[in-house]
Design a protein around this ligand. Structure first.
Ligand code: GN1
Ligand code: MG
Length: 360
């Protein structure tokens, strides 16, 4: 099928369909993303339409990004922060037929990986996400609004799981996973305890730290910048570090159905922690440092719950290729959680060694 974009959208950025080449890129579940090349001067852009089923208020996202961008420009002018370009009439987005579009410059000589193939990539990516948090340490996170309310609130995710459970007609297919979800409920208890501590601050978090959301230099694989700023909003540090553990440590993704392949790569963990603490080591509070390992357990558990909940609801949120895919994804995430817990001691030793080395 030939790709076309509403001419008005292109015109808003002084482009026309005649002078551009369009390719669909990206592998996320949520937004549609295109690479757009200006055939007249070779300039490249990333054009994205925001999925308003998921993000009901795109203006919130645009405002959040704008506030953070101006803070960073003022305080850290050399930092590369890929905020969207304004339209020719000075708007943050091009809005046509209730669709919200934004255009971002494409970063030349960079790659976004779908999967990690070396610990150095884990180090670089973790350093980039850590750096963003470090630079925003002095930014008052209450100036931002949640793009999705309760996005990483485990309490809410557990409640959503419970209501899906009581309404679902297909729960018989998911008995084992439902059991797992209940067995691991102590993670929710720990989450509550941590949340009651005074030194567990709200920060500006990225909330989607998968490897394809960081651009690396295509030759050296050094980190260049982070992308996908939709969920840049107030949150807790465990979101970013935890989602890196969820997506960097296993060689295979959440879509892998052969569970014997779901294992943790210890050297990636080590590199990731080193990269993250190189930026955030001096900033994390005592309680946050205590939560480093917990961050992975929390995010993996929450993702397992989210996939399971969606399966029970008839897969209305995460797109699927076959009917039980979200159940398989939940199964995959529970296996990853088993592995994280099985290796807990060794992983904690690595965290401790890193903290001691840095004398934190
Ligand atoms: C969604 O679309 P993508 O892959 O960037 C989801 C994340 C999940 C992820 C699981 C807004 O992100 O929270 O971790 O799928 N984003 C939203 O693959 O729900
Ligand atoms: Mg995303």
């Amino acid at each position: 099928m030939e790709l076309t974009i509403d001419e008005n959208v292109l015109n808003a950025y002084s482009l026309t369909s005649k002078n551009i080449k369009l390719q669909q890129i990206g592998s996320g579940h949520i937004n549609r993303t295109y690479l757009l090349t200006n055939l007249q001067n070779g300039e490249k852009f990333v054009l994205q339409s925001i999925n308003t089923n998921i993000f009901p208020e795109p203006t919130t996202i645009a405002n959040n990004i704008k506030r953070v961008a101006s803070y960073l420009n003022l305080n850290f002018p050399d930092y590369l922060f890929p905020a969207p370009l304004k339209t020719i009439s000075g708007e943050e987005m091009a809005i046509y037929n209730d669709q919200y579009w934004r255009l971002t410059p494409f970063m030349e000589n960079t790659v976004a990986l779908d999967a990690l193939t070396s610990p150095k990539q884990a180090y670089e990516a973790a350093k980039q996400f850590g750096k963003l948090s470090r630079l925003l340490d002095g930014f008052d996170s209450t100036r931002l609004k949640p793009a999705i309310v309760g996005f990483h609130d485990l309490e809410l995710r557990f409640d959503q799981f419970q209501s899906a459970l009581s309404n679902s007609k297909i729960k018989a297919q998911a008995i084992t996973e439902i059991d797992k979800a209940l067995q691991y409920k102590n993670i929710l208890t720990q989450y509550r305890e941590f949340n009651s501590k005074a030194d567990f601050p709200d920060r500006v978090m990225h909330h989607d730290t998968k490897i394809s959301n960081v651009l690396l230099d295509k030759d050296t694989f050094e980190g260049v910048c982070v992308i996908d700023l939709d969920t840049l909003m107030p949150g807790k540090f465990i979101s970013d570090l935890g989602d890196m553990m969820r997506t960097y440590l296993c060689e295979f993704s959440e879509n892998e159905t052969d569970l014997s392949k779901i294992e943790i790569r210890i050297e990636y963990f080590s590199a990731m922690i080193e990269g993250y603490l190189a930026e955030m080591g001096d900033i994390l509070t005592y309680t946050e440092k205590e939560m480093i390992l917990f961050s992975g357990q929390y995010i993996v558990y929450m993702q397992a719950l989210r996939f399971l909940t969606d399966f029970l609801n008839g897969s209305v949120y995460y797109p699927i290729n076959y009917t039980t895919q979200n159940l398989d994804r939940a199964r995959n995430q529970f296996k990853l959680l088993d592995e994280l817990i099985k290796n807990e001691q060794q992983l904690q030793q690595l965290v401790d060694a890193n903290l001691v080395r840095k004398q934190l």
